[in-house]
Design a protein around this ligand. Structure first.
Ligand code: ZN
Length: 391
């Protein structure tokens, strides 16, 4: 299967000028100034991207693919993701996590869902564990999960600084991170520990304690929800200045923003203004998560649901409203997560990488076309490939 994308403005994520890209099967085969189709050539699909920008498919590195939530009882469990929830948002790679409920949401179900999304056409990896420590793994050990199960690339999301956290001590977190590190080293995976950071004043302290008292590097940790309140945001910028990665969550509700959550697109701009290296910043959607609204006593007031589309919306807002460059706004959802998660075939428009591509209209940045593993999933803004049970 050959697809030729002609005349697009290429952001790989850095600006590469106007070029043609030939996709060969599931990979990017050639990127050249001009690629012409010879007469009587084999069958190929040509997409004219003149006047449009061409960027790598987005990686959403924190999504509750089998649903999450349940903090208000069983009826508040959120539903599983469907294929077009991701593809219509330009997302071609998902990383699935479990979340609060490590009892009825299991690693078996998470892996099965990851495989179903792959059969439907996109790439999907998972983290082992849930909020709780000790971690409930698939095989019984973090190292074994990483070494033996292809789709498991790290541990998480482990909750800290939250009333729903199992309140791991620095010693417990250090043990867990060391297992993740060794499993990652031995399997050639990232072995990163994805940390859910809640609203408490302890912020990132327990991670910093581990980094200060052990040999485990700060980059072993990948904390998320750093924009959830102004205090955590400030602590996150300090963490990043010490070399740590920080992830901003894009799913939100107006009330959270009114209460002080830093809008994800604005968080990128402010982090850059504070001197944080763009390579340490990512965005994820927290898609399919419940967005529980607790009062000061931890009582549930209401629930909403996170969406993958918020990731795309935040990239657009970063460029059009917050003045972040196209290259930087694209980088935080492509090259950066690919490099943090060691997904070596993902995240860049480069010969030999997977053919995961978005074509966006200028200047609105509306999605025109999404290609995942060489297959056109979205065309003219419409899903041409649907999930098995989608109409
Ligand atoms: Zn979380």
């Amino acid at each position: 299967m050959l697809t030729l994308i002609k005349n697009g403005e290429i952001y790989g994520p850095e600006y590469m000028g106007q070029k043609d890209i030939l996709l060969v099967g599931k990979q990017i085969g050639f990127i050249k100034d001009t690629i012409d189709v010879p007469a009587n050539f084999v069958e190929l699909e040509v997409i004219d991207a003149r006047g449009q920008i061409v960027v790598p498919g987005f990686i959403d590195a924190h999504v509750h693919i089998i649903g999450g939530g349940g903090e208000g009882g069983f009826k508040t469990r959120t539903p599983e993701i469907q294929l077009t929830d991701a593809t219509l948002a330009g997302i071609t790679t998902l990383v699935g996590v479990i979340g609060t409920d490590g009892t009825t949401r299991t690693m078996l179900a998470l892996l099965a869902k990851a495989r179903s999304l792959e059969e439907e056409g996109i790439s999907c990896f998972v983290q082992t564990g849930s909020y709780q420590v000790p971690v409930k793994t698939l095989t019984g050990k973090i190292e074994d999960d990483l070494i033996l199960v292809d789709k498991i690339i790290g541990v998480g999301e482990i909750a800290i600084a939250d009333h729903r956290s199992s309140q791991p001590t620095a010693a417990e977190l250090a043990k867990l991170a060391s297992q993740a590190r060794n499993g990652g080293l031995l399997s050639g995976k990232s072995g990163v520990v994805n940390i859910h950071v809640g609203d408490s004043q302890n912020h990132l302290q327990v991670i910093e304690d581990v980094v200060e008292t052990t040999e485990i590097p700060i980059t072993q940790f990948y904390p998320t929800h750093i924009n959830r309140n102004p205090h955590l945001f400030s602590a996150g910028l300090e963490f990043a200045k010490k070399g740590g990665y920080i992830d901003f969550t894009t799913s939100t509700i107006r009330k959270f923003l009114e209460e002080g959550e830093v809008k994800a697109s604005t968080a990128i701009k402010r982090a850059l203004e504070e001197g944080v290296d763009i390579r340490q910043i990512t965005l994820t959607s927290d898609g399919q998560a419940s967005l529980p609204d607790f009062d000061g006593n931890g009582n549930l007031r209401g629930l909403n649901i996170g969406t993958c589309m918020s990731l795309y919306d935040s990239v657009v807002d970063a460029i059009l409203e917050d003045g972040v460059t196209i290259a930087d706004a694209i980088r935080v959802v492509t090259e950066n997560p690919a490099s943090i998660l060691k997904l070596e075939k993902k995240g860049r428009l480069e010969v030999g990488r997977d053919a995961d591509i978005i074509i966006m209209k200028q200047p609105t940045l509306e999605i025109d076309c999404v290609i995942a593993m060489g297959q056109i999933m979205v065309k003219g803004g419409e899903a041409v490939v649907k999930g098995t049970f989608e109409k």
